[in-house]
Structure formats: C-alpha cells, structure tokens
Design a binder for this molecule. Sequence first.
Ligand SMILES: Cc1cc2nc3c(=O)[nH]c(=O)nc-3n(C[C@H](O)[C@H](O)[C@H](O)COP(=O)(O)OP(=O)(O)OC[C@H]3O[C@@H](n4cnc5c(N)ncnc54)[C@H](O)[C@@H]3O)c2cc1C
Length: 411
Amino acid sequence: MHIAVIGTGIVGVCSAAWLQRDGHRITFIDPLDAGEACSFGNAGSLSPSACLPVGMPGMWRRAPRWLLDPLGPLTVRWPYAPVVLPWLVRMLRHSTREEVTRIATALRSLLAPIFDCYEPLLAHAGAQALVRRSGCLYVYSSREVAAQWQWGMNLRRSLGVNMVDVERDQLEQLEPDLKGRFRFGILAPENGSTADPSALVKALHARCIADGARSDRRRATGFERQGRRVTGVRLDRGEPLAVDGVVVAAGAWSAPLAARLGERVPLETQRGYHVTVRSSNLGLRHTVMAVEHNLMVNPMAMGLRLAGTVEFAGLKAPPNYARADALLRQGRSLFPQLDTSEVTQWMGHRPCLPDSLPVIGRTRAVENAWLAFGHGHMGMCMGAATGREVAHLVAGRPTQIDLAPFRPDRF
Ligand SMILES: Cc1cc2nc3c(=O)[nH]c(=O)nc-3n(C[C@H](O)[C@H](O)[C@H](O)COP(=O)(O)OP(=O)(O)OC[C@H]3O[C@@H](n4cnc5c(N)ncnc54)[C@H](O)[C@@H]3O)c2cc1C
C-alpha cells in the first residue's frame, strides 16, 4: 500500500520504518524536519522501568500546592486553567491504586520490548551508537525519603522490572559525582538512553528515505474519503495526496486530525523544558533521576541535559524560560561543581492523555486509518514498539502486545 505517515517525530518515523519492512510505500507528511518537535529535546531515557503514570495515588493532595507555584514541578498557567481543569480532574480519576496498577501493566507491555524493537531499526540504519545500555539510577537524599515512593517501586518490581537497592557507599562508587548529595539509590540496570534523541529520529528517517520513502513538507489538514475509506490527505496548500492508508502520528497536534477521522480523543499537552550544559565537567555514567526534585539528568553528545517538569499552557502560549532557569538552579544546587557558563534551553509539547496511555489503533469509522500518538513522557521509550504494532495492525496480523488498553475509542 501507499501509506501517508503524518508526523516525523519518533512515533511516525518508527511506524514508517516498520511498515517499510512489510513492503509498504511511505510518504511522510510534515512541514518540519524529522525529529524537530517534541522528539528533539527530550531527556533521551529509554527506560523499561518507566511504567508509572503521571497521576499517582495521593497526587490530589500535593497537586494544589504545586499548581500555585509557577516554577513548581507541575503548574498551570492561569489563563489556561479553565480549559484544562476538566482534563486534570479526569487524570486524577485515573490515579487510584487499581487504575495505576492497570495502567502500569499496560505501559510495561510497551516498555519491556524497547531494545528488541529498536535493535533491527538501528542496525538497518547503522545507528546503534546512538543508543546505550548504561542503566538508570533513581537517587534520593536518604533511604527514609525513598520510602515515600515505595508503593510505585514495588509495583514496578511486581511487573518484572529489575531494580536494585544501592546503599550510600556503593552509590558513590557507581557515580562519584553524586557524592554528598544523595545517600540512597535504586539502580535499574536494564535501562538505557540515547546520546541524541533528534539524531536518532533523523537517522531512522534518513534510512526510510534511502529505502524509497518520500517526504512531503506540507501540513495535513484533513482527508478525502469514499465511504469508510480514506483516499487522500488534504494539505495546507496544493492538491491532496492520494493514498491507500494513513497513520496519524502528529504528536500533540494529532487531535484535530483524529476528529476528522471520527475519533474524539482528549489529547492535552504537558509542556516540558530542558537545559543542556555544553561543557559539563561531570562524568556521569548513568542516567540519573533525582526523584525528590523531579529532575532527570542525562549525559548526551551535546552536553549534560537536565530535563523535566510539567506545565499546562496549551499549544500556543510562548515558552516560560524561567522554568528552564529553575532547572538549571536545581542542577547547580545538586552538583555545585557544574560549569554552567554555556547552556541551551528548550521547551517541548508532550502529547498526553488523561490515563497516561497512548492511543494506538484503527479508527472505528474508517477502515484504512490508524492512530499512533499520545505517548506523553515516554515517546522515545515506546516509539519503536508502537511502530511494530502499527505494522501488525496495518497488515491485519495479530499484534504482539494486547492493544486493548490503547484503543482510540476508550474515552
Ligand atoms: C522535557 C521533556 C523530556 C522528555 N524526556 C523523555 C525521555 O527521557 N524519554 C522518553 O521516552 N520520552 C521523553 N519525553 C517525551 C517524548 O519526547 C515524546 O513522548 C515524544 O517525542 C513524542 O513523539 P511524537 O512522535 O509523538 O511527537 P513529536 O516528536 O512532537 O512529532 C510530531 C510531529 O508531527 C508534526 N505535525 C503536527 N501536526 C501536523 C500536521 N497537521 N501535518 C503534518 N505534520 C504535523 C510535527 O511537526 C512534528 O514533527 C520528554 C518530553 C519532554 C518535553
């Protein structure tokens, strides 16, 4: 088939790469270069352990305090509050222990095969060097403090995640630069990360193009249909593109396209920031998650990246780089030796659903349209497995993962 893949972030590019392996002809539709939107500046962690949703039990008690702090870990810009409030209530409804257990089980099914699903794509693109299996250290100021997150850690373990307690002395051996700040850690040895998320997307995209995919640099605005089938993609200029099928993987911008295919999906964006310290004088060997600070620190090709936090302000509001400054201040307080003379800042739009699960599946009304978006905080982790499952759906093969929790019509 000739399939249009709308969106060249990690999800669209991985979907295209897996579809090409089945012999389909691909046209990418995206006005941007590959890997330039949310897939550009994320923290790059590839974590089979990251199966907990954003809305955790007890969050409703902490959330009001956070929401009032414009530089806090989770904030709402006031003009956007009336828009997002019903969505936040929905998210909190999914934060009971039963719901979190169900969600974590589903997320784990997409996260466990991260490396199996990336491996063939990376090997084919000659991009293996962009992915490392160096482990992730969750670090805490003390073992007592870590106990606050015990329920979630136990849930991860019950789902097969290998997590090893690390006492202070061992922590200092594993990561000498953490000395003095953190006295307890949990090592997820099977985790990995990418040295450059955007380069990873670009490498996979370039391989697809070399294998015959075409690139259309226009914006998709809707679809031409005949009965229950899409026959073309309408674009912001020029003639529609005739297609045999379409995959919507437009990240945080996917909802209007899904609606044109008959699926109303409550997609919201959780905006996140990074600051990358160019010539970091830290020699971190792992991805480090400073849990109490909601801060992820990852050594990358272009420097040390500090990333995290959530801001609700929609797709149009300009970035508030005071939030990136706050990340940097936090980095300096945790690592006083950090050389911060040269830094870059960035804001990206995470595509999020209230249950923290992505949407992966065929639309009800249209036989040849598939949706793959809403990967929230974990799109790099889940991109390759999503692509593999999309290829199964398009081929009409049984999927390797139970996709029921990700159905587009679950809302
Ligand atoms: C601060 C931060 C840290 C993060 N850290 C991690 C991490 O460590 N690990 C992890 O797994 N995830 C992480 N994430 C999440 C991850 O970045 C996202 O889940 C992922 O990039 C989403 O990929 P995507 O392909 O769905 O969307 P995107 O990368 O946003 O791509 C969507 C593409 O669709 C295009 N598009 C939109 N509308 C249209 C249209 N109408 N027509 C054509 N094209 C269109 C856009 O131009 C864009 O290129 C982080 C995110 C942030 C913000």
